[in-house]
Ligand binder design. Structure first.
Ligand code: AMP
Length: 289
């Protein structure tokens, strides 16, 4: 596996591979890799000739009171996992390679970026949109793979890729879960044993809303109430939002007709967890495929 650490190296790698006639897949991550990330890699490997994974804990997407400093960094373990999985290249830049001196540009996707998670985390999606634009421009991959676990992020990146005419096709990959349903996340390791058990209620809550939807309940408010009750029964009281939205625009909808997604963000202990479920599609389907 080639390890690239600055803008020139990643550009050169991409140019060389394109010249050789290879299609390129790109999987951006913040590292502390788990089976969810590996699923993105695997999907890329099935659809493209050469995959590059990036690991960059992006400072500009963390708020001042957030976990940037304590975000897990386990680069040797990550490299090992990527090699085992047959990844072709790792882009592992330092902060100065992405944000050199005098850097002053940012990308905003509004109002989408101020809604839902953006309400609780002002500036977060601006940080995400900016770094993803830089990365997509560097790699110019044929396809770039993002987890549907971060559904709002996925919709924002699709929006920005269309709006800015970026070359890469943005592909959404279904969420990989623990056996009890908890969506895999690098932040799950922050959970105490007791909180870890309680966290399973997040998926249970979304699944209950989906069952009610499948059984005929189309009113967003009712579906949200069903999910909320399961969270509070599990003593998850700090619910930042639980909301049924259009799966394409993420705008609020009163009734779910053709496309709907239920999204939530909660705090379990001190850990903020997010999850979502597409209401009209089977769990393993991707809206972009
Ligand atoms: P992160 O390292 O948390 O920034 O995530 C990097 C990419 O992996 C993002 O596109 C995430 O949506 C995706 N991802 C994270 N967790 C999962 C999961 N459990 N299943 C599928 N994709 C995931």
């Amino acid at each position: 596996m080639e390890i690239l650490t600055n803008r020139d190296e990643i550009r050169a790698w991409a140019v060389e591979n394109r010249k050789a006639g290879h299609s390129i897949g790109f999987v951006p991550t913040m590292g502390a890799l788990h089976a969810g990330h590996l699923e993105l890699l695997r999907t890329s490997q099935t659809q493209t000739d050469r995959t590059v994974v990036s690991i960059f804990v992006n400072p500009s997407q963390f708020g001042p009171a957030e976990d940037f400093n304590r975000y897990p960094r386990v680069i040797e373990q990550d490299k090992h996992m990527l090699r085992q999985a047959g990844c072709h290249a790792l882009f592992y830049p330092g902060v100065a390679a992405i944000y050199p001196q005098h850097f002053q540009t940012s990308v905003t996707v509004e109002p989408l970026g101020s809604d839902l998670c953006g309400r609780e985390r002002p500036g977060h999606f601006q940080g995400v949109a900016t770094v993803v634009t830089i990365l997509l421009n560097l790699v110019r991959a044929d396809q770039a793979f993002f987890g549907l676990k971060d559904y709002q992020q996925f919709v924002i990146i699709q929006r920005l890729a269309q709006d800015l005419n970026l070359e890469s096709k943005i592909v959404g990959v279904p969420t990989i879960r623990e056996p009890d349903g908890l969506a895999m996340s690098s932040r799950n390791r922050y959970l105490s044993q007791e909180d870890r058990q309680r966290a399973a209620a997040i998926h249970a809550a979304l699944a209950a809303a989906k069952s009610a939807f499948t059984a005929g309940e189309k009113r967003s408010g009712r579906l949200e109430a069903i999910a909320r009750r399961i969270l509070t029964e599990a003593s998850i009281h700090r619910i930042q939002y639980i909301s049924v939205r259009s799966a394409t625009t993420l705008l609020p909808i009163n009734t779910v007709h053709t496309d709907g997604v239920i999204l939530t963000a909660v705090k379990v202990g001190e850990t903020r967890l997010i999850d979502n479920m597409l209401l009209n599609l089977p769990d393993q389907a991707s809206p972009s495929s």
